[in-house]
Design a protein around this ligand. Sequence first.
Ligand code: FAD
Length: 480
Amino acid sequence: MLRAEGILVWMDRLKILIHWFRRDLRLTDNTALAAAGREAAVVPFYVLDPERVRMDGHGPAYWQFHLESLRELSAKLEKQGSRLILREGALLAEMERLAAETGANGIFFNRLYEPASVDQEQKVAGLGRHLGIEVRTFKDYVLHEGGEVRTGSGSAYTIFTPYAKKWETLTKARPVKAIRCSVPPILKKLRTMRLPSLGRLGMSSALRIPAAGEKAGLDLLRRFVRERLAGYDQTRDFPAVDGTSRLSPHLCHGTVSIRSVYHAALAAAAKGTPRARRAGGVYLKELVWREFFSQVLAQFPFVGRGCFRPQYDRLKWRNREDWFLAWREGRTGYPLVDAAMRQLRETGWMHNRLRMMASMFLTKDLLIDWRWGERYFMEKLADGDMASNNGGWQWSAGTGTDAAPYFRIFSPARQSRRFDPGGVFIRQWLPGLVPLSAAEIHAPWLQKRLPLAKLDFPEPVVNHEVQRQKTLDMFDRINR
Ligand SMILES: Cc1cc2nc3c(=O)[nH]c(=O)nc-3n(C[C@H](O)[C@H](O)[C@H](O)COP(=O)(O)OP(=O)(O)OC[C@H]3O[C@@H](n4cnc5c(N)ncnc54)[C@H](O)[C@@H]3O)c2cc1C
């Protein structure tokens, strides 16, 4: 018997279901977990597959966030008298072993949409058929899956604005009611391993990553809707201001659910002034971008390897290794780009305005293939989400779903003057530039008061205007 929102629910005591945790590391508002808890006693399960860790391209920031969130999840389960069963090994072998050890009647989990995750899901479904047990999957990572948001003729949207218009008309699921899962007696006897350290995964870290786990995520969400949401539309583009929600790592690892975020923002905006309602609308639109890119990857999985517009696979990128290194290390000589790259390396997070600027700089000033940058971001981000990362990179490179994007080329110095006018963000990450005034700091090579060598700051690796023309020529050769 279990208690859900004051209602007593009877269930078959013998029924046992495995809940497979993936990127849904939370107990509240977890669709598959709640469904399993309503029907049966639950075995909470997580598999650390070393092969997957090696192959999926994430680095220490992602894994540190993930492991810390798992640690919290495991502690919360213990508090409820349950246990997280953690195993290391190949997914299917571990899943089959656990199913045999527990005599489970089924496996429940939430769906993900990147090709490797879809492949895992198909294999687990095959295992279920082989074992003769139920495998049930749930929509949880997004509000709407690709199949729900269709054009009048039933095809997938490939352009954001009409997609967003349709998405907004659809009814959104409410957060799932909290449920305390019943614990099968066998759970106490099952083998589980200790959470590995980053070192065990072959990674080291002294990163200042965002606070991980469900509690930190929910606190962040509460504070954001209370204190910052009403000004979001005014502040979200300024990296020196704490104006965005910073929820991306939580949404990526599932320490906070997308339903909780959507409904909290919607409710807070509805209660506010007309200005606050407008800001809330701008925020919700950002969540639509996440869903848009998720469905682009799900429906056109080839974007994980090549350009959404296949003609651009023929672009002749210059791919200079020394420029790529300068970009990665924050030594391009363009202060806001360099400050952004240092924020990424040291914290595993980068402000959206800067992600757009740094990615456009790599592709359209340094003429380096967007896939190089995509890979590097994935390795450094704590919120590395294949769909959003790929979508962001193809947007900046001009190879993606946007209608006429390739001639949109940001000037790094102009972006810097506009979005970090006082140079506050730049000074935070590039202390060498502190002596420069707000007028000088965006293009240090133009001021003659202090030599660059004295500031310990490099000459620009390229001339923006020259490179801009080269990029246009590179695209024109394809479009001709
Ligand atoms: C080149 C590039 C790479 C990116 N890589 C990732 C990535 O790996 N993972 C990731 O979550 N986001 C990625 N983004 C999108 C965006 O930059 C981040 O989601 C955002 O900066 C996270 O900060 P926040 O939570 O404070 O955002 P907020 O402004 O508070 O937005 C709220 C939420 O909306 C979603 N969102 C906002 N903007 C976008 C966007 N442009 N595309 C998709 N979702 C969005 C995120 O889930 C975010 O947490 C990338 C963008 C670019 C240009």
